[in-house]
Design a protein around this ligand. Structure first.
Ligand SMILES: Cc1cc2nc3c(=O)[nH]c(=O)nc-3n(C[C@H](O)[C@H](O)[C@H](O)COP(=O)(O)O)c2cc1C
Length: 180
């Protein structure tokens, strides 16, 4: 079974980033994937310091989940044209041991129409930890950040794009995971 870990890098309840992640989880599970969604708002991490050996329980969950994952989704709100500090802090705790050779999909939620800047910066981070960037990405912005009570994006085009992107992502994950 294809194992996917999703990290939501928004530090607030009712975050649209996390709502989108929950929807992506639903779609992936309907395709037979085993999905773990890690919401950094409900499982906060300490501030990373290279001087400290961190034995935090949430960090252990994050590391284990990334170690086990065949594919990874990184999702962030766009803050000042960049990924959130909360997500960057989490990523500073991990590295190529968790990402090398794994396909990674970048996802963002922005006030403006599309979060190209944060997505590009996420892809730079992925490259730096030797992950494989999925060339597709998903961004929600402006009025397209609304969801039905069932957790589906209201915008039909967005649902179509998410489905297309996830199908492409899973195909890539399977192609780069020899044991699947
Ligand atoms: C500190 C801060 C900086 C932001 N910077 C930007 C920005 O540069 N560009 C943008 O389009 N939206 C920006 N926004 C808006 C958020 O990206 C937008 O509200 C996003 O949907 C929040 O995601 P969330 O619902 O997961 O919290 C910023 C919001 C905050 C709080």
């Amino acid at each position: 079974m294809t194992k996917i870990t999703i990290i939501s890098g928004s530090n607030r309840a009712q975050a649209t980033t996390t709502q989108l992640c929950s929807y992506l989880q639903q779609v992936l599970e309907s395709k037979g994937c085993l999905v773990t969604l890690l919401d950094l708002y409900v499982m906060p991490l300490p501030l990373y310091s290279p001087d400290v050996v961190c034995e935090d329980a949430n960090l252990a969950i994050l590391r284990n989940s990334l170690n086990e994952a065949d594919g990874i989704i990184l999702a962030t709100p766009e803050y000042h044209g960049a990924p959130s500090g909360v997500l960057k802090n989490a990523l500073d705790f991990v590295g190529s041991a968790q990402f090398s050779g794994k396909v990674v999909l970048s996802v963002s939620s922005t006030g403006g129409p599309v979060g190209v800047s944060s997505l590009q910066q996420l892809q730079t981070i992925v490259r730096s930890v030797h992950g494989i960037n999925c060339p597709e990405w998903i961004s929600i912005g402006g009025e397209n950040r609304t969801f039905t009570p069932e957790g589906e994006p209201v915008n039909e085009k967005l649902r179509e794009r998410a489905l297309h992107t996830l199908q492409y992502f899973v195909k890539m994950v399977e192609a780069f995971s020899p044991e699947l």
